[in-house]
Structures are given as C-alpha cells and as structure tokens.
Write a protein that binds this ligand. Sequence first.
Ligand SMILES: [Zn+2]
Length: 250
Amino acid sequence: MITLLYLIIFNSTLLCEGAKNSVYTNPCIEFNELNTQIRDNLIEETEAKLKMDKILPKVEEYFRNNNKDTKEYSEKTWIFPVKNYNKDFIGGKNGNGFVPNKYNYYNGNKHGGHSAHDIFVFDKDFDSIDDLTKKDIEIVSLSGGIVVALEEKWDIESELRGGIYIWIYDPFTKMLFYYAHNKELFVKLCQIVKPGDLIAYMGRTGLNAYKKRSPTHLHLGSLKVYEKGKIKPFNIYKQLIKIKKLSSEN
Ligand SMILES: [Zn+2]
C-alpha cells in the first residue's frame, strides 16, 4: 500500500515536472511573448525578424506533432468567420477596406494602413448582442491552424487597438490571421483549430472599437509569412466572397 502511494506521488511529480518543462519551451508561448513585444514597440524590427524566423518553424513542428486531424485545410475549406453573416457585411466597397500600404506588422500597436477586413453586424444599441438573434455573435476560425497569441483581458483605459484578440497561424497556407475587438475568447494559447471552430464572441474592445462612433465589428487581419521573418499583408477578399457561410441552422 505504501509502495503504491509512493508510486502515485512519484509519478504525479514527474508529470508536473514534464508539464512545466513543456510549457516553458512551448513555441506558442515564445510567439506570444515576441508578438507582445512587437505590439508594445519594445523590440527592433531586425531583431524581431530574426526571432520570428526561429520561432515559426518550431510552431510548425509543434503543430505537426500535436495535430490529431490528418486533413489538409486549404483555402477551399475556409469558413466565413462571423456566424450568420456573409460577404455582404464586409466593410468598404468591393473590399477596399483592406489598405496594405504603410502597414508593417513590426510596427505593432503603432502600425499604419489596415491589413484587414472589418465585418459588421446588426447591433444598433452597441451592446454586442445581435439585434436579430438576441444572442452573442459567434466568431469562428476561418482557417485551420494554431493559436499563437492572444489577449484575454482589456480595460477601457488601455491604448491597445486590438482589445481582446487572437492570432492564429495557419501552417497550410503560411498565413497569420488576427481576430480583434472580441468580448470573450474560447480558445487557449497553442490550441489547434479547424475551419468553423468557435473561437470568440464579438465585442467592442480596443481603443477605437469601444467608442460610440464605431459600429460593432470583427477586425480580421490577414498576413502572409515568408522566410527570414518577413510578414506582409495578404488580401483575402477574393476568398472571403466565395467561402461558406455558417448559420445557426447548420
Ligand atoms: Zn479594422
């Protein structure tokens, strides 16, 4: 009996140690830390690119080792990221809300341009509840991938433009997707997602998004990753207007 008890304690200690170590070296945690440094303009672009170039292959390896799903999620499998809404709710005209000029990921919270499409919803009273369904507005992952950065809390005094946000890296298309201004998140760092998985409720968090003049929307950033840490705006309007809409009846 004593031996058994000893074994149980010993094994659980080992498990804890193992868990601690794997958390420590986890590439998503490294990515999240780097992303926060970039966001807060605490790291120079050259150094950040070098780090990014080292971290992303590790993220891909982590994804390959932990992904239970054997399907390849190409662009053809993508799902419109706001449930019950479609292309008609994308801001601007014919996708001109996407402004790649002057956008540089490495400028963090001070970036220019708008490497994103905003997707608006029916919310006249700005309470982040859908006027039609009277429910929270579900944000689902557009692509497959892995959650590499997130911010779960936001306060109204914050200068942060994204508010409560998620970054997902999609190893299938080598893209980074940024979901900003959420109310609540349903994913954790390193979580592997497939197209259509619930990741958040839409909200009004972030420096400009909470202000009354801003209609409730999802800011969906899209970037392509190249070698040597190069990250560039990549417009997915062409894909967004074609992809499947997810509705409550599904
Ligand atoms: Zn936006």
